[in-house]
Design a protein around this ligand. Structure first.
Ligand code: SF4
Length: 195
């Protein structure tokens, strides 16, 4: 099992396989837990020290990215400990997330990330609540789209770089998603669909 993997000179951290969504386009299912030769299926979730031992020198990478085959913000305390360590060693931290951490933790966790996280990327993919639930299949469907939009707006207060993404999928109205994102005042990124 891999708790870290490299891609484009960044180091990715696979903190958990637990997820708050069951996205229709997720490669975790289609690729059976594999990712370009790495097995991202975890038999046990790593501790902060397990992750730190693997990172070794964060300055060797463009970014240390919490991503993997699960929602990294489920493991908030471990993420914060590793992010603080990365910053203390001069590294840069990014989180890739579904944007449902505040719903999961039942509080606004974003103030806790201030000064620890340099960038966050939130996967939106949809321009309406119906489309959001159909494509992303959040475990808690009620208000899921609205909660994600609120999370994005809140990120701006605490994290210097905020990007919202949409996967190039049939049925995704990328132009409308881009307009919504523009109104929120954050960056937009169209991601390729991996099959
Ligand atoms: S949030 Fe990410 S890991 Fe979870 S189901 Fe969606 S694409 Fe897969």
């Amino acid at each position: 099992m891999a708790i870290t993997y490299t891609l484009h000179n960044s180091l990715y951290i696979n903190l958990t396989n637990r997820c708050l969504m069951a996205c229709t386009y997720c490669i975790k299912y289609k690729w059976k837990g594999k990712f370009y030769g790495q097995n991202l299926r975890l038999s046990a979730e790593p501790s902060a020290q397990d992750v730190i031992k693997e990172i070794k020198d964060p300055k060797k990478f463009d970014e240390i990215i919490f991503c993997g085959y699960g929602e990294p913000l489920i493991r908030l305390e471990v993420l914060k400990e590793v992010a603080a360590w990365v910053h203390s060693r001069g590294g840069r931290v990014r989180i890739n997330t579904s944007g449902h951490a505040n719903v999961f933790h039942k509080r606004n966790i974003l103030p806790e990330l201030k000064g620890l996280v340099d960038a966050i990327s939130i996967s939106l993919n949809a321009s309406s609540p119906q489309q959001y639930n159909r494509l992303n299949r959040p475990k808690k469907k009620t208000n899921a789209f609205k909660e994600t939009i609120a999370f994005i707006a809140e990120c701006k207060k605490y994290i210097p770089s905020v990007t919202v993404s949409a996967v190039s999928l049939p049925g995704v109205d990328v132009a409308t998603v881009r307009t919504i994102v523009k109104k929120l005042g954050v960056a937009f990124r169209q991601r390729p669909y991996l099959d």
